[in-house]
Design a binder for this molecule. Structure first.
Ligand code: PBG
Ligand code: ZN
Length: 326
């Protein structure tokens, strides 16, 4: 055959393949999530998230110190508590585990550690919903007031970044206003801009003890059949003062990540969620596929789609095993 175009010429050797690669796996944008609970000396593995733990603040400080030596400099904290009530008051009080842990971490590590914290009410409401319930309905505006207070409490404790994951309307603007008027001009907002109602959050809800008692989250999280609607959320979060916009989950939503990259000047993040992580873990444990190859394939695909930042439970494994050196 006389073929003028033979794409395989560029695939012949590893050196040629490296020469023409369009995406290189980038470690710098990865953030490791942690679960913090009340108490002392608690370090329990989460059943649905192999290798991920629920820890009390003292144990967390120890884990984060070890992880820092490994190279993990960016973390995201999620609170877990049994203290739940109608108005989510434990989301911002002094006994809140995330607030307690942040104070200790900031004192110890200062700017050597980047601390993000989830801003949502589902771990703190007695209903397990992401907003507060008033007259049997999730009250958007009351929820936003509570969320803004929670964000301020976290900023005061010392977090570098707040990450609202609740999907109430107007919360990014309200949080930004509350932070600005209180002098927290440098606190980043990483908005969960397009957060879809997904089955892939299953292991997280067990980990955070945050499953809704009644009903589901479809009244506030996005409908997975919609794509253009994500651009509306993007426009709003950008206008309201977000610094980083996030798509969640990641793997079934690469089109949304790509849209964000093409329609916004802000850094785009993606959340490689609990179900995506555990699917890989279970497949690896069953000996059906290579864990390193699955992890690198998934994370590279998310970066190729346009995300420069990825929240992923795999980060510790990547560094421990040296998987970043393909
Ligand atoms: C809380 C929150 C959830 C996740 C992050 N923040 C769960 C949910 O919305 O039900 C999911 C993270 C994961 O699955 O890893 N709003
Ligand atoms: Zn929530």
């Amino acid at each position: 055959m006389t073929l003028f175009s033979r794409p395989r010429r560029l695939r012949r050797t590893p050196i040629i393949r490296d020469l023409v690669t369009e995406t290189s796996f980038r470690l710098n944008g990865l953030i490791q999530p942690y679960f913090v609970t009340e108490g002392k000396s608690i370090h329990e593995e989460i059943a649905g998230l192999p290798g991920i733990f629920r820890e009390s603040p003292d144990a967390l400080v120890k884990s984060v110190s070890d992880d820092l030596k490994l190279g993990i400099q960016k973390i995201m904290l999620f609170g877990v508590t049994e203290r739940k009530d109608a108005m989510a008051s434990s989301s911002m009080d002094d006994r809140n585990p995330v607030i307690a842990a942040t104070r200790q971490l900031k004192q110890k590590f200062g700017d050597d550690l980047f601390i993000g914290a989830d801003v949502c009410l589902c771990a703190y409401t007695d209903t397990g919903h992401c907003g507060v319930t008033v007259n049997d309905r999730i009250d958007n505006d009351r929820s936003v007031e509570v969320l803004a207070e929670m964000a301020l409490a976290l900023a005061k404790a010392g977090v570098d970044c707040v990450a609202p994951s609740d999907m109430m309307d107007g919360r990014v603007g309200a949080i930004r206003e509350r932070l600005e008027e209180s002098g927290f001009h440098d606190t980043l907002i990483m908005a969960y801009t397009a957060k879809y109602a997904s089955a892939y959050y299953g292991p997280f809800r067990e980990a955070a003890k945050s499953a809704p008692g009644k009903g589901d989250r479809k009244g506030y999280q996005m409908d997975l059949r919609n794509r253009t609607e994500a651009l509306r959320e993007l426009q709003l979060d950008d206008q309201e003062g977000a610094d980083i916009v996030m798509v969640k989950p990641a793997l079934a939503y690469l089109d949304i990540i790509s849209d964000f990259k093409n329609h916004s000047a802000l850094p785009v993040a993606a959340y490689n969620v609990s179900g995506e992580y555990t699917a890989v873990k279970l497949m690896a444990q069953a000996g059906l596929a290579d864990e390193k190859l699955m992890v690198l394939e998934n994370l590279t695909a998310i970066q190729r789609a346009g995300a420069s930042i990825i929240l992923t439970y795999h980060l510790r494994d990547i560094l421990r095993n040296g998987w970043q050196h393909a």
